[in-house]
Design a protein around this ligand. Structure first.
Ligand SMILES: Cc1cc2nc3c(=O)[nH]c(=O)nc-3n(C[C@H](O)[C@H](O)[C@H](O)COP(=O)(O)OP(=O)(O)OC[C@H]3O[C@@H](n4cnc5c(N)ncnc54)[C@H](O)[C@@H]3O)c2cc1C
Ligand code: SF4
Length: 567
């Protein structure tokens, strides 16, 4: 019996990973007529069974906090399944002095089952920021190259928002936004006083029916997954139409291990572990699209070593794994006594904020390069685990007085989270750890990560801004951050914001980049990477809308090149 089982046929395309980048590619390539096989490391998903959208906290033991509160680390047991900071049998390591944190999902749709649905376009300047301030590098493409694909993605998946003409936050094709909540209007009033722009947010959630999907019914639980598919996930929005073409072969439980090449250095297929059978299998395809998430894709390229590519596949530049970036994140919250007196009323809405602050100081000289936006939330949502954690620190006692205090404080906190641009630096990268393998014997990643003063100064500015908003509302800012130590000004560890990008970046020069502007490898023409790895910069905007726009554009390019016989 053969030790390695080969697929009986050659596919046109093999896609690795079914998240934002892979799901997008699967839809476009199959609708374009290409016979596609999709390898996904996780299992299939049944939203009706697997999503806990309409469950009450008391329906789960420990109200979803898990034994010993352990599940709170991953936002509780209500979160959509199979996403976690650590996965049993699949470790990663951080080099001494680094503490990188990596949230991975192993399920059809990847992290698009879990994400916050914040869907922001990059601005024209984000593609050419080096030209403006000399830091980092410019992208080989412009906003105008990507704008038609932003239009297509937004029109297809559904993103709400409003036209605002803010230069740092371009408008898109929007569904109407939900009405702001009372707390959000109070924050906006404070922002108006402080000249901080505060506008309706932009989230991939339907406020109108679209393509057979129902509009949101405002249960406010998007992170649990939506059984009516009213928010976007690749599993519910990209993969069903791809399956309907009859051109998609989906193989779940398939952990890609290595991309295979022929004697001319062209990619010929993928070797993967069939997790159920614990055996190695192979699929053959004319084109390989890697979309396993930025760092996982780089891991796969680095592990695909051969005599022809001793440093890993598509890595003649030596930059695979380099230029690792996350978003700068710092958070804080305040107590707003005025809210104690608001009559109880319904704060329901989408599972996320209805308003946010785009970067408003783009036209000034700041203490740091680039900028950040602010996400915020508060009010009387459904009581959840940990909601009175801070009260524990402040109040002693039990019984009626404690309950009265909790009732009074309920809904009076407003939290703020800054999301800012990190500038790529040589101390932040991932590589193969020479001493550690996962349960399948595949070498794992080792992370190196450093923040520079650029990011620390941004976090400082975030803290000052949060305080000024809370104080302008007559509230008390409660967050204390140190000015020294590992995480000054409350800056989060690298990776914690879950926006890791840049580890196989695109560029015009093959000596300093891995991919061209169509996400195509400079070295291996039939190899593409369509997740966050191609990013050249990591602007303040959350990355996923841009991942999808880049993937749609790359997929149309693949269809074109395939028609011309170039692949
Ligand atoms: C809680 C949370 C909130 C977030 N909020 C936002 C937000 O509001 N806005 C935003 O823009 N982004 C947000 N993000 C980030 C967003 O989820 C990611 O940017 C996006 O999902 C990345 O898409 P991807 O296709 O690169 O990877 P993923 O969505 O992670 O998908 C990768 C897929 O590849 C599979 N895979 C991995 N390795 C292999 C392998 N070797 N072989 C086969 N399959 C493999 C995985 O199982 C997974 O299904 C959030 C993420 C989380 C977890
Ligand atoms: S808030 Fe809306 S989109 Fe989110 S889970 Fe509930 S119904 Fe679905």
């Amino acid at each position: 019996m053969a030790l390695v089982q080969r697929s009986p046929k050659q596919f046109d395309v093999c896609i690795i990973g079914s998240g934002a980048g892979g799901g997008m590619a699967a839809k476009i390539l199959t609708e374009g007529g290409l016979n596609t096989v999709l390898l996904e490391a996780g299992p299939d998903l049944n939203p009706e069974k697997d999503f806990k959208m309409l469950m009450w906290p008391y329906e789960l033991p420990h109200r979803g906090a898990g034994v010993g509160g352990k599940a709170t680390e991953n936002w509780g047991e209500f979160l959509a399944p199979n996403g976690a900071w650590s996965i049993e049998g699949e470790p990663y390591t951080s080099a001494p002095g680094s503490n990188f944190q990596w949230f991975r999902s192993r399920i059809i749709g990847g992290r698009t089952n879990h994400w916050g649905r914040i869907a922001l376009r990059f601005a024209p300047i984000d593609f050419k920021s080096n030209t403006r301030d000399g830091l980092g590098d410019d992208w080989p493409i412009t906003y105008d190259d990507l704008a038609p694909y932003y239009d297509k993605v937004e029109s297809y998946i559904g993103v709400f928002g409003t036209k605002e003409n803010v230069p740092s936050a371009p408008d898109g094709v929007f569904l109407p936004p939900p009405t702001p909540r009372c707390t959000e209007l109070m924050v906006k009033k404070a922002c108006d006083n402080l000249n901080i722009t505060c506008i309706p947010s932009r989230l991939a959630i339907l406020t109108r029916a679209l393509n057979g999907r129902l509009p949101c019914h405002y249960c406010g639980q998007c992170g649990r997954g939506c059984t009516t598919a009213s928010n976007f996930s690749s599993s519910q929005v990209f993969l069903p139409p791809a399956m309907q073409t009859g051109k998609l072969t989906l193989i779940t439980g398939a952990m890609a291990r290595e991309i295979l090449i022929d004697k001319d250095g062209k990619a010929t297929g993928v070797s993967y572990i069939d997790k159920a059978a614990r055996s190695e299998k192979r699929v053959e395809a004319r084109v390989i699209v890697v979309a396993a998430s930025a760092c996982e894709s780089s891991r796969l390229l680095l592990n695909s070593k051969s005599t022809m590519y001793p440093n890993g596949l598509a890595n003649s530049s030596g930059t695979v794994g380099k230029h690792l970036m996350d978003s700068v994140g710092s958070s804080g919250y305040g107590y707003i006594p005025q809210l104690e007196k608001t009559p109880p009323h319904n704060h329901d809405g989408v599972g996320g904020m209805h308003m946010y602050m785009p970067w408003w100081k783009f036209d000034r000289k700041n203490d740091f390069p680039r900028g950040y936006h602010i996400e915020f939330g508060g009010g009387r949502g459904m009581p959840g685990i940990g909601m009175f954690g801070d009260l524990n620190d402040e109040e002693e006692g039990y019984g009626l007085p404690l309950k009265q205090r909790a009732r009074k404080a309920y809904g009076c906190h407003i939290g703020f989270a800054g999301r800012g641009e990190m500038i790529s630096n040589p101390g932040s990268y991932c590589e193969i750890d020479p001493g550690v393998v996962d349960q399948w014997g595949i070498p794992v990643l080792r992370f190196h990560f450093k923040w520079s003063d650029y990011e620390l100064l941004q976090a400082k500015d975030m803290q000052e801004t949060f305080r000024s908003i809370v104080e302008s509302m007559g509230g008390k800012y409660k967050t204390r951050t140190s000015t020294h130590g590992d995480y000054p000004f409350g800056i989060q560890p690298g990776g914690r914001i879950i926006h890791e990008v840049g580890t196989a970046r695109m560029g015009a020069d093959p000596r300093t980049s891995v991919l061209n502007g169509f996400c195509q490898s400079h070295d291996v023409k039939n190899l593409f990477v369509t997740d966050g790895a191609p990013f050249v910069t990591s602007p303040d905007k959350n990355p996923t809308l841009t991942i999808m726009a880049l993937s749609w554009r790359a997929s149309e390019y693949i269809l074109d090149e395939a028609r011309k016989g170039n692949l």
